[in-house]
Unconditional design. Structure first.
Length: 283
């Protein structure tokens, strides 16, 4: 029987072999996302202390810096960290992962997981994030999810599953049980951590996180069919698959998309799933 943890670890590590490709073709995030972060913080991102966990090649890190935040990137993967250092040489970077953050207590206004929280153990990562947040600080987790309300996006997802099996969701669709599915909306772990443990007979436990606030932010980007397929190929599904199987899908998909979009361009459609929780000021 396949080991889900071993599979998740293998898929997470696969990005280190394709970090430059990942940085070149993966989508960024829309301005509305950062506006929602500022609303949750109750202040502009300018000057905010941000810990970007699972920073990867620095896609979100760069956008946070552009808005004036002081960002510390945390990334476990050697290849991804090397790419981040190459593209953002002035950004502080430490090696580590969300399950055991190498950061001091109460030092961040904002802790972010951009497309990375699903690689953690939530039972360990959530307490670590709240430990690092200052009282009143915000934990933000988000994912670019392909918007299957658009027919061509849904049809492509069907073809991926038909070709690769139940794990065949390379571009973010919510599929129960998928190794890198995003636990975005209605995260049960947040509720479980809403109160810290207390000793028998002791006082009521103090809250460590408010109930999650969720946002769904639609956006899109226009790019060539070949660049869209290169983005698709940067997902862990393709990186760990048999090379011939992966290439067969890409070749057939290119032909299909060029028939559907004869000008050679597609509009990639996304919804950003954003989950926000706040560490109470009394914590």
């Amino acid at each position: 029987m396949p080991d889900p943890l071993a599979d998740r670890t293998r898929r997470a590590a696969s990005f280190n072999t394709a970090s430059a490709h990942y940085a070149k073709y993966r989508p960024s995030y829309p301005p509305a996302l950062y506006e929602a972060l500022e609303e949750a913080l109750g202040r502009p991102l300018t000057g905010a202390r941000v810990a970007d966990i699972g920073a990867g090649t620095g896609i979100a890190t760069a956008q946070l810096r552009e808005r004036g935040a002081h960002v510390l990137a945390v990334e476990p993967g050697e290849g991804m960290a090397a790419e981040l250092r190459r593209t953002l040489p002035g950004t502080p970077l430490v090696r580590g992962d969300g399950n055991a953050l190498p950061l001091a207590d109460a030092t961040a206004d904002l802790v972010t997981f951009a497309q990375s929280f699903h690689w953690t153990d939530p039972g360990r990562a959530l307490p670590e994030a709240y430990r690092v947040l200052r009282p009143g600080g915000v934990l933000a987790r988000w994912w670019n999810i392909s918007d299957s309300s658009h027919t061509w996006v849904a049809d492509q997802a069907d073809r991926l599953r038909a070709h690769f099996g139940p794990e065949g969701a390379a571009h973010g669709a919510h599929i129960p049980g998928r190794a890198d599915a995003a636990p975005a909306v209605g995260d049960p772990v947040v509720g479980a951590l809403a109160k810290a443990p207390s000793s028998p007979g002791g006082p009521d436990p103090e809250p460590v996180a408010d109930a999650p606030l969720t946002h769904r932010i639609p956006w899109s980007r226009r790019l060539t069919v070949d660049d869209h397929l290169a983005n698709l190929a940067s997902h862990s599904l393709f990186l760990v698959a048999d090379a011939a199987l992966a290439q067969d899908f890409l070749d057939h998909e290119r032909a299909r998309l060029l028939r559907l979009f004869p000008d050679g361009h597609v509009e990639e459609r996304y919804v950003v799933d954003l989950v926000l929780t706040t560490r109470p000021a009394s914590a």
